[in-house]
Design a protein around this ligand. Structure first.
Ligand code: MG
Length: 223
């Protein structure tokens, strides 16, 4: 393996507990059925789609306006910000350093996030590891995960063969995107889900945390 495509939330940053808390609070306020577990299961979908679906579940005949959805999403984003920044995922820095120490390897971040401050966050958490030209964000893609588009774009830009690239994800929909792109997909299960939640998408490797990934970096490099 030469190309390592890292998802961001729940892989590089331990941000999912804050996302889940923010979603759960806002859902209760608006009487929407959306739990913390749903947040983990749906990770990767846009806030717009998640809210629209939850509103229609509540009342299938309701006319849902974009303004309503945007207002709820703004509330969620505000709450998420108030909960404070997310710390780098334990073990991730060591993983990145182990890969970077090997010549001709490429480290990419492939995220559905569209935050303008993303590069700044990466640079603060992981100084000198990520290059702007090796980032695929919400601004680069039309469809997003679980569509394979973001991972296919990273692969195309990497100039590597598919069998030289792997995806590192924490979410079922991210796993689906990686597999649909035809790439070797590693799940690092950093959240509250179980293997069963990923089984349908058939990850190539299923690991409990970033330290377990660190252990297999030498194998992956050889692979
Ligand atoms: Mg993620």
């Amino acid at each position: 393996m030469k190309g390592f495509f890292f998802d961001m939330d729940g892989v590089l940053f331990d941000s999912m507990p804050h996302h889940a808390e923010a979603w759960e609070t806002v859902a209760k306020r608006h009487n929407l059925q959306f739990t913390a577990r749903d947040c983990y299961l749906q990770e990767g979908r846009t806030g717009y789609d998640v809210i629209r679906e939850a509103m229609l579940r509540l009342n299938p005949d309701k006319q849902v306006s974009d303004e309503e959805i945007d207002a709820i999403y703004a509330e969620k984003s505000q709450l998420f910000t108030e909960l404070g920044g997310a710390r780098p995922m334990p073990g991730a820095l060591q993983v990145l350093q182990a890969i970077r120490a090997v010549p001709n390897t490429q480290i990419w971040v492939v995220t559905g996030s569209g935050q303008r401050t993303l590069l700044q966050r990466l640079e603060t958490g992981y100084p000198g590891i990520f290059a702007p030209e090796r980032m695929i964000t919400a601004f680069d893609v039309r469809i997003g995960k679980p569509n394979p588009e973001p991972y296919l774009l990273a692969w195309e830009r990497s100039g590597l063969k598919k069998e030289e690239c792997c995806v590192i994800e924490n979410a079922p929909l991210g796993c689906r995107a990686g597999k649909a792109a035809g790439l070797y997909t590693i799940i690092v299960n950093t959240g509250i889900l179980e293997y069963e939640d990923f089984a349908a998408d058939q990850p190539d490797v299923f690991l409990p945390d970033m330290y377990a990934l660190l252990d297999i970096v030498p194998q992956l490099i050889e692979q």
